[in-house]
Every structure is written in structure tokens, then in C-alpha cells.
Design a binder for this molecule. Structure first.
Ligand code: ZN
Ligand code: ZN
Length: 165
């Protein structure tokens, strides 16, 4: 919260080269099943929240933009590839997974359902496993060192450690 009680959200890409801050109430959160969003996110569907009248600031680095159609641009981190925005002439939306705390941004509507992949509705019934439940991967996981930027703003500018030459 800001001093005048406006909500504040922060987030950014996986490597930390691009960070954003939003002040004020965000708009509607959604998922989009359209083929463009599948491609842009490399995912089964795109989770997005509208910026609406909130104030979006890029606090570190700049998003890169790909014009995916005559009307729409897609923002992403050019260094690590994390999808960050959907932007059209009526406004912008931010990728929910890029927020430092995506848990409070629950989608309330689905778009593009004519392109929904046929197995998406069956996903909640899939078998479930916790990450540490597989003993064969315990050594791998215990020795893992994350190069992902933490889920909060930092002064760390050493976000190049995950990149190879
Ligand atoms: Zn990045
Ligand atoms: Zn879409």
C-alpha cells in the first residue's frame, strides 16, 4: 500500500533485468486460450491482468516488444525471454505469473475458448506430486542453486549469472 492507501504490486522477468511496479487497482484478471497467446507464452493459455487505470512503471530495464498483429504488441524480457505484457490500443495487461505475488490475482473470465486445447479441462484430475516426493531427484534438487531473481525488488544488478556465453 502507498501512503494514500493505493495498492502496490511489483514483478518482473525471471532473470531480473526487467522489473515493474503498479500503483492503484488493477483491472480484470483472465486467461486467454487463443493461439496467439499460446505461442507468446509458450504455454497452454495466457494468464493476464488488465492494468486499466493503475499506474504502471518500469523500474528496471525496459521490456522488448514484438508486434504480433497490426493491433497487438507483446512485451517480454529480451535477455531471458519471460513474457510480460499484452498491449493493444485500448490498454495493456501484465502476465500474472510475472508478479512477485501472483496468488492474489485470480482469473475471473476465460477468453478465446474456441482455441482451448482439448486436455486443458482435464488437468485438475491429473495425478499430483510434490517436488521433493521423487527420491530419484532429491540429489539434483538439493544441490540446485537458483539464478532466478527473487520475488521482491533488489539492488542486485548481477542478473547475468544465469547466462552462458
Ligand atoms: Zn529477464
Ligand atoms: Zn489471446
Amino acid at each position: 500500500m502507498t501512503l494514500d492507501n493505493r495498492p502496490v504490486y511489483t514483478g518482473g522477468c525471471q532473470c531480473g533485468a526487467v522489473r515493474f511496479r503498479v500503483e492503484g487497482a488493477l483491472g480484470r484478471a483472465s486467461i486467454c486460450h487463443c493461439r496467439m497467446c499460446q505461442k507468446a507464452f509458450g504455454a497452454l493459455y495466457a494468464p493476464l491482468v488488465s492494468v486499466d487505470d493503475a499506474e504502471l512503471t518500469w523500474t528496471r530495464g525496459e521490456r522488448s516488444l514484438f508486434q504480433s498483429s497490426n493491433h497487438v504488441r507483446r512485451g517480454f524480457c529480451a535477455r531471458c525471454g519471460t513474457p510480460l505484457t499484452y498491449e493493444d490500443p485500448t490498454g495493456s495487461a501484465l502476465a500474472i505469473g510475472a508478479f512477485d505475488d501472483p496468488s492474489e490475482l485470480a482469473p475471473v473470465i476465460q477468453f478465446g475458448v474456441e482455441a482451448k486445447l482439448p486436455y486443458v479441462d482435464r488437468m485438475p484430475s491429473l495425478p499430483v506430486r510434490e517436488t521433493l516426493a521423487d527420491p530419484e531427484s532429491a540429489g539434483f534438487l538439493n544441490s540446485m542453486v537458483s539464478y532466478q531473481h527473487p520475488d521482491h525488488d533488489t539492488d542486485d544488478t548481477d542478473f547475468a549469472k544465469g547466462f552462458s556465453a
